[in-house]
Structures are given as C-alpha cells and as structure tokens.
Write a protein that binds this ligand. Sequence first.
Ligand code: ATP
Ligand code: MG
Length: 552
Amino acid sequence: MDNKNTSSNFIRDIVIEDLKSSKVKEVVTRFPPEPNGYLHIGHAKAIVLNFELADEFGGRTNLRFDDTNPTKEDTEYIESIKEDVAWLGFKWDGLYFASDYFEEMYNRAVLLIKKNKAYVCDLSPEEIREYRGTLTQPGKESPYRNRSVEENLELFERMRRGEFKDGEKVLRAKIDMASPNMNMRDPVLYRICHASHHNTGDKWCIYPMYDFAHPIEDAIEGVTHSICTLEFEDHRPLYDWVIKECEMECQPQQIEFARLNLTNTVMSKRKLKQLVDAGFVDGWDDPRMPTISGLRRRGYTPEAIRKFCREIGVAKTNSTVDHRLLEHFIREDLIDKTPRTMAVLRPIKVVITNYPEDKEEIFEVDYNLDAPEMGKRPVPFSRELYIDRDDFMENPPKKYFRLYPGNEVRLKDAYIIKCNEVIKDDKGNVVELRCTYDPETRSGTGFTKRRVKGTIHWVSARHAVPAEFRLYEPLINDDAEGDSENFLEQVNPNSMEVLQGFMEPSMKDARPMDRFQLIRIGYFIVDNKYTTDEKIVLNRIVALRSSFKVKK
Ligand code: ATP
Ligand code: MG
C-alpha cells in the first residue's frame, strides 16, 4: 500500500511506550461501528488510525459490529460497512458482533449483582433523569437501590424472561450518586426492549447499554488500545469500573481523540439518514454525501481518502477541517492517473465557414502529456463544432481572451479560429457562431509562429456523443459550520446542476466508474447508477483548481 503514517501522534507514542515497558505484547485495536447507517469520512479517520497503528507494530485489528440497539440496526448497514472498510484497503483480523457476547455480558451483570454492585431499579426514565441531579447538585439515591442481592437476581432473571414491559425496569450499576462525574451516578447497564434483533432474533428482550457493553466487548477480544472519540473522555472512569468489577482478564485502555468535522458537511449517521429519508439526496451513496459510498460514487479513490486521513492527524482537541482539503487530495491523486479528454457541457454551435463541408481530419492526441504511456486517441475535426457557452461573450469585458466577435482563439489541439458573425433566434439568444479558421495554425505541426491568448476546448458536432453532466456544490450551506441541529434548513438547494452536453467520440465506450479529466472543466467519473446503454452520465469529482491554499 501507499506510504504509511509513521509521523508521530500521541496515541502512537502511548503504544510505543506500552510495548517498551512490556505492558502489552501485541497491539490489538478494533473498529467498532454501530450498524445503524453507512460509514462516513469521519469513520475513515478512525479506520485508518486503528488499522495502521496495529499494522505498524505487527498487531491485529478487528472489525466489530456494536449491535446492541435492535431497533436501529439492519443487515443492509452491516454489508455496506464491510464493503466500505475493504474498499478503503483494510483487512480485518477478526469479524465480530457484540450480540454474540450477550450471554457473556448477562453473566457479568449477574456477577455484579452478586457482588452487590448492581441493582434492578423501577424508576421511570424521567425519574431516573430527575434523580441523577446536575453538574452542580448531587443526585438522589433510588428507593430501589438497597434491594437484596436475592431479589435483584430474581428480578433480573425475570427481566430476561420477558415478564416486564419496555421501560418498566432497568439494571443499574451501584456506584455513587454524588460523584462529580455524572456517568458514575448509578448508570443504567441494561434496559428492556421487546424488539427483534438482526442477529439474535427474539432470544433477548433486555439489551446492554453502550457503557457496559463496550468495555466487555473490548476485553473479550483482547483489545489493548480502545480508541474512541473525545465525547467518551468522561466515560472512561466507567469503562475502567466495568472492566474491574466484571473481573475481565484483559484490561484494555481507552484512549480518546478528536473526531473529524468538515465544513459544509454534517457527519453523523443519524443526520445523514435524515437527508436520505427526507429525499434531499438519492440515497446513502449520493455523490454529495460524505459517506464512503458517496465518495466512491463521486469518484474519490481509497488512496486519496487514506492520505487525507493521515494528513489531518490525530489530536486531543476538536476542530473543523476545510472540506476543500479533501478535494485537494483527490486532485493530487488523479493528476497523472487520468486520461484527459474534451467535452462541452453547455453547447453552442460553431460553423467554420471556410472549412469544406465534406472534409474531416483526425488528429492523434495524447491522452495525458504527463503520462505518455496512456497512448493517443483520435480526435476528429470538421466544419461544425460545439464549444462551451462560457467561452463566448458578445460584449466581453477587458482581459477576456476567449471568443467574441472579431477575436481569435485557439481550439485546443487544432486550429486558430476567428469569430465573424453571431446568429440569434427570435428571442435574441445566441444559437450559432460563424467563424473562419486559419489552416496554417494546426497545433503541433510547428508551421506556425502565430500565438493567441486564449485556448478553448471543443467537440466536432458530427462526431459528438451526447452525455449528461452533473456538477456538485456542497450539500450544506457554509454558515452551518459542522453539525448543527437545524441542518435540514441549511441544505443547499443548488447542490446539483444537471447539464446535457457532448463528449468527444473517444469516450463513447466509457464504463461506469471510469474517470476522465475533462480539459478545463474538472475531473469526472462515469456514474454507476444512472448510466445506461443509451446514455452516459458523468459526475464531476472536483474542479481542476481551487482558491484554497494547502498549508505545507
Ligand atoms: P455517528 O454519530 O456518525 O453514528 P458514532 O460515533 O455514533 O458516529 P459509531 O458507529 O459508533 O458511530 O462509530 C464507530 C467508530 O468510529 C467509533 O470508534 C467512533 O469513535 C468513530 N467515529 C465516528 N465518527 C467519527 C468522526 N467524525 N471522526 C473520527 N472518528 C469517528
Ligand atoms: Mg452512534
């Protein structure tokens, strides 16, 4: 694979220290998504970090589905997550499901009860919240806190047998209702939920809470470094409490790092699901989505995503990364990998009046001058062409070097033409430009010393292949800055522009997921959802340039 991340970060330093002091013999990490949606670019950061860290020190990384929440999870998500991790270029050592540990977790909960470290509580969810107190006020003890061990054992078993309704009872840890850390105020360990689970079916009607389940999952798998995002920093004492009181043999260490936030993006499966469900996008893999599947359909490469994830680094404070940094890495990755061809997205016809009607020339032009091994393609030239509307102005401002009445431009890899006449329809729209060409000015022949300031792209009308082009802008308007709750109001209504244009004939056999650099327009990929035998649809991956400056 490409260059690994051997630049230092504080988690890597901890790992090196732990190996040196023999605290751990082998580094074991895991990537533990909840299968309640598709993975996004934030997950890619966690994936790259976990897999590359273990890999660097000859360790192992598991893919573990944290499937403890039956109502939100689905096998569709499981399949997509596996596909995305593999596509990003990573091979997991073990593939596990938290739900496979339910029996073990239940037994550990029974152990807690026997040690008088957990109790069944009948308070309602609202009452539990009330009793918890606030940051400035200690909580109140539940009236059920001092139930006997025997009674708790019996009630917990009856919870498991399904004798109670959802919300009627919970199992709570018995820690400290006055702890300054709210997470330690007798947190809920188990709740009742009569719902079918994608893996265990109807076997269970009680489900462990994240804070109880996660440390046990890690410990069962022998995870040494359990890396999670900063919101869990305050949960660490509870993580350690569970490991200790449940008497787990392995003692994983939880380490928190800053999650990735991107400008003009929401990044939480819950919110992304809302965008899908409300129809703002055509699915989780819409090319505007920050999901891995969206980025894939948009034309991103795993290499570009991995490089981006390494470059943003691993920090202890949250920040928001400019989404244009991600674009920088795909541009950099595609520059010498992609054939360069011509297409016209907003066509306007050009007639070369001094070019014979029945004549045609075929120019042999390099696919990519920087990568001559890609070979050449035939580019036909004839009397009628299309150019882009943007490359013509009837009344241009100063320093406009493209086509206007009386001006000359070079047609890329062809001739210099001059615009002599502008034809309009009844409504005054420009429909055709009458031009003449100078036969002495063929590109690459060395005959001509004549230079003009502008070069524009074009397609021979007779040979042009119709195609649809989709141009994208960020899905979320700028002022949204990260993950605000009213993001649905900030959805950009102009995030996609669909254009019907033409491409040069060398592209007519393009297949879904083929990439091109369309000269002067940007990098494009053939869409794998809407392309048919009749029509090719291309998504713009990214424009060629950006005003964004990358700090080196
Ligand atoms: P979401 O809110 O998008 O569902 P999550 O954290 O609940 O995110 P999980 O499926 O639990 O999603 O995440 C699996 C792993 O990915 C966790 O270890 C989590 O810390 C990490 N992760 C999730 N989002 C980000 C992010 N934006 N940046 C870095 N890591 C992330
Ligand atoms: Mg989540």
